[in-house]
Ligand binder design. Sequence first.
Ligand code: 5AD
Ligand code: SF4
Length: 445
Amino acid sequence: MEKKKNERTFFIESFGCQMNDRDSEIMAQLLSDSYKPSLTVNDADIVLVNTCSIRQKAEQKAMSLLGTLKIIKKNKPGMVIAVVGCVAQQEGKKLLARLPYVDLVLGTQNIYKLPLFLNDITANHKRISAVEQTAAFTIPPYLPDVDKGQAHKRFVTIMQGCNNYCTYCVVPYTRGREISRNFTDIIAEVEHLTRHGVKEITLLGQNVNSFGRDIENNETNFSKLLRATAAIKGLKRLRFTTSNPKDLNDELIQCFADIDILCPHFHLPVQSGSNIVLKRMNRKYTIERYLDLVNRLRIARPDIAITTDIIVGFPGESTEDFQATMDLVDNVRYHGAYSFKYSDRPQAKSVAFDGKLSEEVKGERLATLQAKINQIVMERNQEFIGKIEEVMVEGQSRTHTGQWSGRTGSNHIVNFTAEKSLKPGRIINIEINEACQHSLRGLAK
Ligand code: 5AD
Ligand code: SF4
């Protein structure tokens, strides 16, 4: 017998960045009016795969889950499978042709119409691809469900898309042109969250520094938004991601000196230590300028932890270019760094560049770089020993039974012992007494 609509269940698997996580939250909220959440993929009547396309590996992960879903669907012919997000945007209708068991391909600007499409699919047995992108798109004012998800910290989208066209990057194609959200909608969303007990907000966008630039007669910018958000009652911590060094200006640096609740952490992707490679990547800054920004951030906020992203093996990267990246890491001494082997992405300009490196060379360079990063990160973590840090409680530690876990303003995970039960979102002083590769340990003071 066919299930009634409100007995049908959904499951969302989310790959990729926090923008995707936030989109998945929004889709869950849209669906929960009519469907129930399912705890596992196997039991779900509707499965959404929110995909990432930033690197080849990310795309492969989503494709592999879709392969599993194909097998599950053989015994559950009524199951609806939707591919959402960046791979959906990139491939569009082609996915419907390639994957006959997929019912819906939903692009990054179309997630708000999800319930309409699902109705159409079930009522009319249709297969739908909806990947239109328009410059007129606006991110709807949207008040998050406060009963679901993490209660003490939340993400708030402030803009989406990117106009930078770094030559390796798929984002301008998957997320479209930069579109800022309405200033008052953002503030209303943060106020709504803090009224319901949220203590930490991360403002999200692929390129937050350009906030407001696409708005006609615009009088606002990212620094003004940060200051207005920080003034909201009840908010204890404010973060943001991601920022391109080319647009990092004095006004934003000054925010780190002035705004107490702005956390002392800056993720500043450098991508390469070589000016020649940066030019071919179309990053529009030099290493000299990057180092100057790092320096000025550290003057404005001496305890700031700077983290980064690095690509190794970009087409044409010589041994000297790679050495320049190693030297940069030695110079900046990052508190954390994500590093990746370059991979060709559809539509990215670098696909056509000469001088592609073998997987073997890229693998060797990545291993050499990661060994250096690990060593420096460990040394950086050791610098915390003996210090008293303000830690926001996240909950009981998942890795250390009987312990609690939280984060410093610098975004370091701290596992600690405390005598009493602690509510997530509370800030307590912890004396750090041990440093590990990926976390710190300490005692409640
Ligand atoms: N190959 C490898 N890494 C990439 N990134 C983006 N595009 C590529 C690519 N084609 C990395 C960058 C970026 C991070 C999110 O992913 O370092 O900052
Ligand atoms: Fe991945 Fe970029 Fe899409 Fe985020 S925006 S899911 S990082 S491709």
